[in-house]
Design a binder for this molecule. Structure first.
Ligand SMILES: Cc1cc2nc3c(=O)[nH]c(=O)nc-3n(C[C@H](O)[C@H](O)[C@H](O)COP(=O)(O)OP(=O)(O)OC[C@H]3O[C@@H](n4cnc5c(N)ncnc54)[C@H](O)[C@@H]3O)c2cc1C
Length: 381
């Protein structure tokens, strides 16, 4: 067992950390305020290989292992929770769907520009009536000659309004429950019938557009089917398992930002003639915040390790995401508390970290659903 980062992982962390400090942190408040997709930063991240971290170089990626990808995403999320979602949805969800289930031609045509960061990806699974309950989806894909015709809609799709490639889930056999779900590659610019209905106004996660999509007789060629008809539900679950490791990374990145800001503030702010960090209650808060971050990071790397080894990592990814998301909200909450009244204002980023952290407990499996998953695994159901 080795807890040290390899030289390559250390190098990745230093490179991304420097980029985050120089390019993201200075504009993070502006991203939060404006809530515009930061295309210029995405282009810069593409140049650094950060839009395709875990994919092989032959497909335009950086060829990094999953630990390094998680390390990179932790750093990006330390700078901006919204950018953390942009990269996670693009890479862990859309990119991984193509990488895991695409055929050679699909990898070449659709994964390569995505991994290089020339295209932006989105993953469209959730619907108004089908969030946790995926098989309740109503979107359909009907075969018509050598095409599929997709009708329906999706809700809360990260990157949905700015994406070039969307992996869309739809029912090809509406009577077959979860076995009737299939997945497709959709290209919003080329495919008529792809409509962005709305982008949500959200509590946090600003800069990553969360879109409501509608498909109105959207026609795609049959070679845009990913895998076989009926594979979609299992593909989604497998993809979300890997995605959970990176939502743990986003959680840890936000928690670190909240902790580091609070620690620095505690050293500067004086009350009763001394820095507040010298009060035992504040020192203990900081101790707990750091301990939780360290524990969450270990769970994240344990899940990544099992994924790399090809072992079953369903429980590990769920535990990493569950724990990291809950501690990110707790740490961000204490960050506000340490800032006192200033923490409740926009003068300090403490409140942004809290708003960004909350999302981790909701998407890619709510905490309640993850506890079901972990409980089933523990009881071996
Ligand atoms: C900002 C944002 C970005 C998102 N990005 C994407 C994206 O890119 N792609 C995508 O497909 N989706 C995305 N989502 C959707 C997200 O995955 C869902 O919101 C999430 O899965 C929960 O579904 P729901 O909102 O319908 O809640 P519901 O499923 O209606 O849940 C409501 C409450 O009931 C609880 N609950 C539901 N079922 C159970 C159960 N079986 N046992 C115990 N408790 C239960 C939940 O935990 C929750 O507390 C995003 C959501 C948000 C807010």
């Amino acid at each position: 067992m080795d807890f040290a980062l390899s030289a390559e992982q250390q190098q990745i962390r230093d490179m991304v950390s420097e980029f985050v400090d120089e390019e993201i942190v200075p504009v993070a408040d502006e991203i939060d305020h404006e809530d515009e997709f930061p295309q210029d930063l995405v282009d810069e991240m593409a140049d650094l290989g950060l839009m395709g971290m875990p994919f092989p170089e032959e497909y335009g990626g950086a060829g990094l292992d999953y630990h390094s990808y998680a390390i990179g995403l932790e750093e990006i999320s330390r700078g901006s929770g919204g950018l953390g979602t942009v990269v996670a949805a693009h890479t862990s969800l859309a990119g991984n769907m193509l990488y895991e289930f695409g055929d050679d031609a699909q990898l070449e045509e659709f994964l390569t520009p995505l991994a290089a960061g020339d295209d932006v990806g989105a993953f469209a699974l959730s619907e108004a009536g089908a969030g946790s309950d995926v098989p309740a989806m109503e979107t359909t894909a009907e075969k018509d000659g050598d095409e599929y015709v997709i009708n329906g809609g999706k809700l809360w799709i990260s990157n949905g309004s700015v994406s070039d490639t969307v992996t869309v889930f739809a029912k090809t056999d509406p009577d077959a429950g979860n076995k009737g779900i299939s997945s497709f590659i959709v290209r919003p610019e080329e495919d008529d019938g792809f409509i962005v209905e709305n982008t949500e106004e959200k509590l946090g996660d600003k800069g990553c557009p969360t879109a409501e999509l509608r498909f109105d007789d959207l026609r795609i060629p049959e070679n845009r089917l990913l895998g076989a008809e009926g594979d979609g539900f299992v593909q989604a679950l497998k993809t979300l398992n890997g995605g959970r490791i990176t939502i743990a990374a986003r959680s840890i990145g936000i928690a670190r930002a909240a902790f580091e800001e609070a620690r620095d503030y505690a050293g500067e702010r004086e009350q009763f003639g001394q820095p507040i960090g010298e009060f035992q209650s504040i020192k203990h808060k900081l101790a707990d915040m750091d301990t939780k971050i360290q524990a969450a990071r270990m769970l994240m790397h344990k899940a990544a390790d099992k994924k790399i080894r090809g072992e079953n990592f369903i429980k590990d990814a769920a535990q990493a995401k569950l724990y990291a998301s809950e501690i990110s909200r707790e740490v961000a909450n204490e960050g506000i508390q340490i800032h006192g009244g200033y923490g409740y204002t926009k003068d300090f980023p403490a409140e942004r970290f809290y708003r960004d952290a909350k999302l981790n407990e909701i998407y890619e499996g709510t905490s309640e659903v993850l506890r079901n998953t972990i409980g089933d695994q523990v009881l071996d159901n």
